[in-house]
Design a binder for this molecule. Structure first.
Ligand code: HGA
Length: 621
């Protein structure tokens, strides 16, 4: 998703802006740009290729200055094209061309302005010429329209007119050493330097520049100047912007520039990092207790009578798996909802529900909004399972479990998913304990199985050569079906999602018992049917479902536990998992599905780490 970096300094900040954009590249983007205040005017370079190309353009054009803003764009309004790339300029009404070096206001934006059409019509009527199809350009013109000598005043006057979500950074030709930034619904941090100040979408973009970070809150507006900054927000009662004090935190942000080492892609590296990521996530666990989720967790766990999980994409499938655990082990009624649906539907709030959000980045806009919606309905018991301890999600929830997957660069989530499952299994055990369903013996058994996970994952990763052999065949297909049952149905869904995301093969997942209710009509010799076959109580049922596929000439590709006695034969291909893993089986069974998607995508020659149309931290609705 979009990334923002901005700076006010005495030194040339262009290399810092470019480096910051590079560190935000992992979020996914389709174009990028930079604008600076140079020799009394605004200068800009924009590109629809990578940040490295933008850097070349910046060098060729001699762009260098102490004040500037930069952006990576993931288009929501208007095609990915140079004229839609940020920064956007406004020249004032009546100006003809949006040439590279003209303009009075320069602006970058992350988010969506929902009332952009209305504002566009209003500004056009005032004589503003639009040069892009973006919603963002209206903000640049609106600020220009409201400008009368003080940029902060103009931005503060513009913000109440915007409906939607945004993080913005803006500067003005007439005020050389000043950048104004604001956030409402999209992430933004302030970086405090010595005699210089920065803003960015993520502290990681400023690694090596400053470790003094202020996490701006919703509604904050920050005025950055040389050696000083000032934060304000609109006070509902007075209707005026009033000064705010915010804590400056020392943040040792990871630069994110992880080395690929022996791997071809970050996704492959991240699949293979799962034993370490899981071991790190479990590192501090010597026993099960509610306090693993933060102070006050025991009181909250005692009070709740149900769980509501809110998440999107892969995290939603982690939540769907956890529902099986929570109901069977902790005996607590659980529902799982797609965050973007939950926030807009009428539901029946229960103040005794534990609201659990799941997000790798902790900045997922839909999930944050769903959390807010739940709270607004009086559901105050909130917990997140998240990979970024400094994220908005962790700040907004009362309780948290921080997974330690490390930076995940590949857009298709792998190690974040399996560590989320570990966090959710621990939550299940802690709730089971509080509710009297976990004796000492069971706790010891579960802990033993958890500690065995890294070794068990390693053994599954050793299946890679067998999966590669299958992937050659999958690469020639355009459709695939995934089957699972019970606890492994969400794993089948996740396997299908992985294949779709990175190989662009149409894949669907069904609970195997549903086959005969519709999808069996799709089964022909051309349709590979991937089946997750653990040796659990549903195995015999699953075998019958496999027969239904075989009888129609379908090709079965089965990941079977060691002791399932499912043997390869014509039309039935089997890869045997090394062990049977009991309740933790979904964490192991998803791994060959990740490998299958990865190697199929490689065989098809797609851009595995940055699949088309997708982005990493989904910070827009
Ligand atoms: N709506 C703006 C910004 C999009 C964005 O924030 N993406 O992550 C645009 O389309 O340019």
């Amino acid at each position: 998703m979009c990334g923002i970096v901005g700076a006010v300094s005495q030194r040339n900040i262009v290399p810092i802006l470019i480096e910051g954009l590079k560190r935000l590249e992992y979020r996914g983007y389709d174009s990028c740009g930079v604008a600076v205040h140079q020799s009394g005017e605004l200068k800009r370079a924009r590109s629809t290729s990578r940040v490295a190309e933008l850097n070349t353009a910046v060098d060729e054009d001699g762009i260098a200055a102490g004040t500037g803003i930069a952006h990576t764009r993931w288009a929501t309004h208007g095609a990915p094209a140079v004229h839609n790339a940020h920064p956007h300029f406004s020249h004032g009404p009546g100006a003809e061309a949006n040439s590279a070096s003209a303009g009075r206001i320069a602006l970058v934006h992350n988010g969506i302005i929902e009332n952009h059409e209305e504002l566009r019509a209003e500004l056009k009527a005032k004589g503003y010429a639009f040069t892009s199809q973006t919603d963002t350009e209206v903000i640049a013109h609106l600020v220009e329209h409201l400008y009368s000598g003080d940029l902060l005043d103009a931005v503060q006057a513009a913000l109440p007119r915007l409906k939607g979500a945004y993080a913005i950074a803006v500067f003005c030709r007439d005020e050389p050493h000043r950048v104004i930034a604001a956030r409402e619904g999209s992430p933004l941090v302030l970086g405090v330097g010595e005699g210089e100040n920065f803003v960015a979408s993520d502290a990681m973009a400023l690694a090596g520049v400053t470790d003094q970070i202020v996490y701006l809150e919703e509604g904050d507006v920050v005025d950055l100047q040389l050696g000083r900054y000032w934060i304000s927000r609109l006070h509902a009662e007075s209707g005026r912007f009033e000064a705010q004090q915010r804590e400056v935190k020392t943040v040792h942000a990871h630069s994110g520039a992880a080395e690929l080492g022996p791997y071809r892609h970050y996704m492959q590296k991240e699949i293979f990092e799962q034993p370490t990521a899981i071991a790190n996530t479990l590192e501090a666990i010597s026993s099960i207790s509610p306090e693993l989720f933060g102070d006050g967790a025991y009181r909250i766990f005692k009070e709740v009578d149900s769980v509501l999980i809110l998440a999107c994409g892969t995290s939603y499938y982690a939540g769907s798996t956890a529902k099986y655990w929570l109901e069977s082990i902790a005996k607590i009624p659980t529902s799982v909802e797609i965050a973007s649906e939950y926030r807009y539907r009428d539901s029946v709030p229960n103040p005794r529900t534990l609201v659990v959000t799941i997000s790798q980045s902790g900045e997922t806009a839909d999930t944050l909004a769903a959390l807010k919606h739940a709270r607004a309905q009086g559901m105050e018991h909130t917990l997140t399972v998240c990979n970024v301890s400094t994220s908005a999600m962790v700040r907004e929830c009362k309780l948290a479990y921080i997974t330690r997957a490390g930076a995940e660069i590949g857009v298709a989530s792998t190690k974040a998913f399996t560590t989320q499952l570990v966090g959710l299994f621990l939550l299940t055990l802690a709730l089971a304990q509080t509710r009297g369903h976990l004796g000492d013996e069971q706790e010891a058994e579960h802990l033993k199985a958890l500690r065995h996970l890294p070794v068990a994952v390693q053994a599954v990763l050793a299946l890679e050569p067998q999966v590669i052999a299958w992937s050659e065949e999958f690469a020639r297909k355009e459709n695939a079906l995934f089957l699972g049952r019970g606890l492994h149905y969400p794993i089948a869904l996740e396997g299908a999602l992985k294949l779709k995301e990175i190989s662009y093969i149409h894949a669907e997942a069904y609970p195997a018992g549903e086959l005969k209710h519709g999808p069996l009509a799709l089964v022909t010799a051309e349709m590979p049917v991937v089946t997750v076959a653990p040796n659990d109580a549903l195995l015999e049922k699953l075998k019958s479902n496999m027969q239904e596929v075989r009888a129609r000439g379908g090709q079965l590709f089965v990941f079977a536990d060691a002791d399932t006695a499912i043997e390869s034969e014509a039309g039935l291909h089997v890869i045997r998992m090394p062990e049977h893993y009991g309740a933790l089986s979904p964490i192991l069974h998803v791994i060959p599905l990740q490998l299958l998607a990865y190697h199929t995508a490689c065989a098809r020659g797609t851009d595995v780490d940055k699949p088309r149309n997708l982005a990493k931290s989904v910070t827009v609705e």
